[in-house]
Design a protein around this ligand. Structure first.
Ligand code: SAM
Length: 284
């Protein structure tokens, strides 16, 4: 299957995809009782939107992704953002059992999957993750809002109309961000043996510029559909013309956090043989 997250798409992803708000990390902390001794896996980590803030809260994060360009961008940006305790691993959901062999007796506190589960065999993945996670830990499936062109506002409808005409296709695939996806993932978590399956939404609004909207579009296109570099100024101009005449556009961001826990109390102690680290170095 073509992933299409390489080359310039990874560059646009790193620059224009928003991170997650602090409340999301607080919810993960609380749900999985994260400690400074914990290790977390961020599967489908992309350019590190979840990885780096998590690395400031736990001992170490494994950022795993099958797209080398996404990992490269993430690795380059992480130290400046304070995410120093990250191991970047080239791999996909099918490699999780092999990761288990590597971890040995050490258990993950959590696996987070942000905007990426729709690329994976989620039932097999949840089953493979359960034995790798410590009691009280779990899995979190996140969606970072609805794509800008699928929202319920005048400018979003205008953007959608332009993109549908430009690409000659109806835009409705919300890439794992829609309720229908969550309704499949929640019972699959339970079927795999996770409990306390819970859904939370963290909502806020943000002003975005036309440049940010265009960057967001480029970050969501398969690499082969990205306009050639020479054509990008004209594309951006056409987006601007299609939008209402404004400096910024109000975007409502509903971050969806679906969690399932592994039964048992969190111990708050390291469960494996890897050496511990003193304390988290900051907050997101
Ligand atoms: C939309 S990005 C999400 C990045 C980041 N997690 C976020 O929340 O913004 C999706 C990522 O999933 C990765 N991906 C695609 N197929 C995957 C698979 N089978 N296993 C793991 N990651 C995958 C892609 O390479 C891409 O980096």
């Amino acid at each position: 299957m073509e992933l299409g997250f390489g080359g310039d798409v990874a560059r646009y992803y790193a620059r224009f995809r928003r991170g997650y708000p602090p409340e999301v990390f607080e919810a993960l902390d609380e749900t999985f009782a994260l400690t400074p001794q914990d290790t977390v896996l961020d599967l489908g980590c992309g350019t590190g939107q979840l990885t780096v803030p998590l690395a400031r809260r736990v001992r170490a994060v494994i950022g795993m992704d099958p797209e080398p360009d996404m990992l490269r961008m993430a690795r380059e940006a992480a130290p400046a953002a304070g995410g120093t305790d990250v191991t970047w691993v080239l791999g996909a959901d099918a490699d999780v059992p092999a990761l288990g062999a590597l971890l040995g007796e050490h258990r993950l506190a959590a696996t987070v999957i942000g905007q990426a589960l729709h690329w994976m065999q989620h039932e097999d993945l949840f089953a493979a993750l359960l034995p790798l996670i410590r009691p009280g830990g779990g899995v979190a499936v996140l969606a970072n809002g609805t794509p800008a062109w699928l929202q319920d506002s005048d400018w979003s409808r205008a953007l959608r109309g332009f993109l549908e005409e430009h690409f000659g296709t109806e835009l409705k695939d919300s890439c794992g961000t829609a309720r229908k996806d969550r309704e499949r993932y929640a019972p699959a978590l339970e079927a795999a043996g996770f409990t306390d399956v819970r859904h939370r939404v963290v909502s806020y609004t943000e002003e975005v510029t036309c440049e940010e909207l265009v960057g967001g579009i480029y970050s969501a296109l398969p690499e082969r559909q990205l306009p050639a570099p020479a054509d990008r100024p004209a594309f951006a101009q056409r987006v601007r013309q299609a939008l209402p005449h404004r400096e910024t556009f109000t975007e409502r961001v509903d971050v969806s956090v679906l969690t399932g826990r592994k039964t048992g109390e969190a111990t708050g102690r390291p469960t494996g043989k890897l050496p511990g680290r003193a304390a988290p170095t900051g907050s997101p």
